[in-house]
Design a binder for this molecule. Sequence first.
Ligand code: HEC
Ligand code: HEC
Ligand code: HEC
Ligand code: HEC
Ligand code: HEC
Ligand code: HEC
Ligand code: HEC
Ligand code: HEC
Length: 465
Amino acid sequence: MRRLIIILCALLLIAAGHHRITGWSEGQVAAGTARTLAAVEPVPISLPDTVAPQVTERTLLFYYSPTCPHCQQVMPEINDLMERIDLPLIGIASGSATQSQIDEFAETYKAQFETTIDTDRGFALAVGARSTPNVYIVQPRVADPDAPVDPLTYNMPPKPFEILESYSPFSRGMGAVLLMRQAEDPFEHFEGYVGNIACSTCHEQEAVSWAITHHAQAYYTLYVRERVEESECVRCHVTGMGERGGFKMGDHFSPMTSVTCESCHGPSGPHDGETTDASASCEGCHDADHSVAFTLEKGLPHIDHFAANEMTTAELQEKVAAISRGEAARPLLAFPEGPTVGAEACKSCHRAEHRTLKRAPHSKAMRRLVGVDAENIECVRCHATPAASGPPAEDLSGYRVDEGVGCEACHGPGTDHAAAPTADNIIGLGESCPECVIEAICTSCHTPAWDEDWELSSHLEAIAH
Ligand code: HEC
Ligand code: HEC
Ligand code: HEC
Ligand code: HEC
Ligand code: HEC
Ligand code: HEC
Ligand code: HEC
Ligand code: HEC
């Protein structure tokens, strides 16, 4: 019954067009709900004699190989399933497994179930398994005496079992989907963090649009920089660190890596009728030291949950690839809008910094541009300070060609600050996370094309002032 109500809710929301954040595209909230919860047609099978006698009622079958790393990784989830679901579970090891491997597996991963070896591969053939790990829900089949005779199969051996569900390959995060489909109320088992796979089955459009955000690759960002062992970095680049069901350090294949749905919507998401405001979550991570002058107005348009609806598959793939190559735009880096005033205006109060800058290559950057290049906007844009923040100017009047790369190229526009200095009307950078914020400011000019062997810490040292 509850299932039906939820499907109806979803349909109503779609019909009502649902309240939407300004700037977000049109889409369907939880468009996949009906499909996710729909019953599937059981598939008749026969089971080999090694397995058949054990299946006397609806049963979970876990098909695995004791030496396969993926099977080992999903074991905590299989054990959790056994505790939470009211069905017997039988392990079936692939034909090549030996008893000692199975014993060792059971010991190491605390398997709570008995295992039968599929010695003649009869089980794999019966269910059409090509890989491990898989989970099946099977039950004895009650043949319908009134069913019409099928002329193609009437003289074949009967198929006394049926597969109700198959999860192949079974990956981490799938347990929540299995539980959800078996329960009367799909959210009955939603406790703590359940992971993106479950959310994505129902919230299809939101999930695709999430996949093309930087959030989806936040852990990868640390991984390629070999920073995943540092909990001080990891905590904002994963979901629910240290909380129930949330990320645990070192678990690189966890569904809780990166900034997923539940980072913003809270563990399990809001399905109890109480709406929580996910936009309250941003500043927990986008604080002053990890995001330049973050505001909701700036941030929300870039997490548009339906942005992908208007894109082709090729465009989606390109966006994901651009993010992983570090070439996708980082819109949050934008300095607050406003005119710059020029480095000379900073001199009176910041004498030491000004002296350092004067001697450094940055202030001489325009001298590198000789001949026509000195008026070539394609060169000037990285060799001079913009006259105002905002979209790059299209002609020379948009740049302070007399000062090269000045204070405001890195600290943002300082007109208001120079007139009435406070710490709030200039981008300080002193406490900023070098990797999260400062490096991106530098690499907006120090691109691979112009600075092949860019390296953050030595460059930062070189500009210390
Ligand atoms: C079984 C399908 C299903 C799954 C799984 C599911 N949702 Fe939902 N979700 C819905 C439906 C249907 C609605 C709209 C009706 C409602 O609020 O119950 C919804 C509503 C929402 C809303 C909007 C609520 C509001 O009040 O504005 C958010 C946010 C949300 N889900 C997040 C999540 C997250 C996060 C997950 C994973 C932890 C998740 N959902 C998993 C079906 C699902
Ligand atoms: C759990 C921490 C966390 C939360 C909560 C969070 N973010 Fe982020 N956000 C990040 C991290 C980390 C990155 C950088 C990811 C990367 O590129 O590796 C990021 C990147 C982004 C980016 C793209 C990067 C850029 O420079 O433009 C946008 C836009 C963004 N977040 C908006 C938001 C908004 C809006 C919210 C709240 C609705 C939010 N974020 C909540 C951690 C978080
Ligand atoms: C308080 C939360 C927080 C912590 C702690 C944190 N980050 Fe971040 N990180 C963010 C946010 C938010 C962004 C996106 C900033 C933006 O674009 O405005 C980000 C962005 C980044 C990026 C840029 C990604 C890109 O697309 O180029 C890198 C690299 C990064 N962080 C590395 C680190 C490292 C290394 C550490 C540890 C020293 C760390 N982060 C600690 C929140 C955090
Ligand atoms: C960076 C934070 C963030 C992440 C990650 C995120 N959301 Fe949201 N989501 C929001 C914000 C902000 C809103 C709009 C305000 C609100 O409804 O709380 C929203 C709205 C929604 C809504 C209501 C839709 C609407 O149009 O009002 C649903 C449903 C939802 N999110 C599901 C998801 C799912 C599923 C995922 C993961 C695939 C996800 N969200 C990931 C921040 C986030
Ligand atoms: C995307 C930003 C960017 C653009 C566009 C750019 N430069 Fe540069 N340029 C740099 C950076 C960064 C350096 C410093 C590289 C280093 O020292 O590692 C540099 C250094 C130089 C140098 C001195 C070092 C060398 O490589 O010889 C010259 C000369 C130069 N640029 C000329 C040009 C000309 C001419 C153009 C236009 C055709 C141009 N630049 C466009 C960023 C840029
Ligand atoms: C190439 C980029 C760049 C330029 C140009 C630059 N700065 Fe900085 N500035 C930084 C960075 C990065 C930091 C913080 C890290 C550090 O201390 O090196 C910083 C730190 C500072 C601080 C200390 C902030 C604090 O919170 O402790 C002041 C003050 C400052 N700069 C002023 C200036 C002035 C004035 C100029 C021009 C005369 C200038 N900067 C030019 C990048 C720059
Ligand atoms: C009239 C004097 C004055 C002028 C002119 C001035 N500043 Fe400042 N600046 C200050 C004072 C005072 C502070 C310390 C503010 C505080 O901590 O409340 C400061 C702080 C800063 C900081 C550090 C902010 C932080 O978060 O701690 C930076 C960066 C900075 N100034 C850059 C500049 C730049 C760039 C210019 C030129 C565009 C400039 N200042 C012009 C007086 C000035
Ligand atoms: C507006 C573009 C721009 C920004 C932003 C920028 N740079 Fe540069 N940088 C240049 C250019 C252009 C040169 C070449 C100057 C020359 O050689 O005349 C340069 C040269 C340098 C040099 C000396 C040459 C070398 O490669 O050793 C260092 C060090 C440096 N930058 C560090 C930084 C750091 C650190 C940041 C960020 C905090 C930064 N830059 C931000 C454009 C920029």
